[in-house]
Design a protein around this ligand. Structure first.
Ligand SMILES: [Fe+2]
Ligand SMILES: [Fe+2]
Length: 176
C-alpha cells in the first residue's frame, strides 16, 4: 500500500505530466501559427508522450493500492515572443519536471517506498533525455538567430520525429 504522502505527490505528478502535454500542445499551436510545421509536429509528438507519462503514474498509483485523484489542469502559457523563447521555455519546463521526479525519489526513500523506485529510476532516465533534447534544440535555434532559411532547415529536421503508432496527436491516424 502506497504511503499517503507518496500518493499525494504522485497525484500531483499526474497533473504536472498532463499540464506538460497541454503546454506542448499549446507550443505546437504557436509554431503552427508561424508555419513552422516541423516544430509543431515535434511538439505534438511530445504532447502525446506526456500523456503516456501521466498514465504511467496513474497506473502505478492504482497498482500500489492507492487512489488516483485527478486535479484541475492549467494552461501554463499560450503565446511566445519568438520560437527561441518557446524552446527555452520547453527546456526550463523539463528542468522543473526533473526537480519534481527528484522530489518523488526523495519521498520514496524517506517513506521506504522501495516498490516505487524502479518507475522513478525510469523517469529519472527519461528526464535526462527530455532535458538533452530540449536544451540541444534551444541551443541550435539560438545559434541560428533570425536567419529564416536556417530556421526552416531545423524545422524540416524536427518534422522527422516519429509519432507513437496510433497516436491521437497524429493527424493522419485519426479515423476518417
Ligand atoms: Fe514527462
Ligand atoms: Fe521522452
Amino acid at each position: 500500500m502506497i504511503s499517503e504522502r507518496l500518493q499525494k505527490a504522485m497525484n500531483e505528478q499526474v497533473k504536472h505530466e498532463l499540464e506538460s502535454s497541454y503546454l506542448y500542445l499549446s507550443m505546437g499551436s504557436y509554431f503552427q501559427s508561424l508555419a513552422l510545421d516541423g516544430m509543431a509536429h515535434w511538439m505534438r509528438c511530445q504532447a502525446h508522450e506526456e500523456t503516456m507519462h501521466a498514465m504511467k503514474f496513474f497506473d502505478h498509483i492504482n497498482d500500489r493500492g492507492g487512489k488516483v485523484q485527478l486535479q484541475d489542469i492549467h494552461l501554463l502559457k499560450s503565446n511566445w515572443k519568438s520560437p527561441i523563447e518557446a524552446w527555452q521555455d520547453a527546456y526550463k519546463h523539463e528542468q522543473f519536471i526533473t526537480s519534481k521526479i527528484q522530489e518523488l525519489t526523495a519521498i520514496t526513500r524517506e517513506d521506504k517506498e522501495y516498490s516505487s523506485e524502479p518507475i522513478l529510476a525510469w523517469f529519472l532516465n527519461e528526464q535526462i533525455e527530455e532535458e538533452t533534447n530540449t536544451s540541444k534544440i534551444s541551443t541550435q535555434i539560438e545559434m541560428l538567430g533570425e536567419n529564416s532559411a536556417n530556421i526552416l532547415f531545423l524545422d524540416k529536421e524536427l518534422a522527422t520525429r516519429p509519432f507513437t503508432p496510433g497516436s491521437p496527436f497524429d493527424p493522419t491516424a485519426l479515423p476518417q
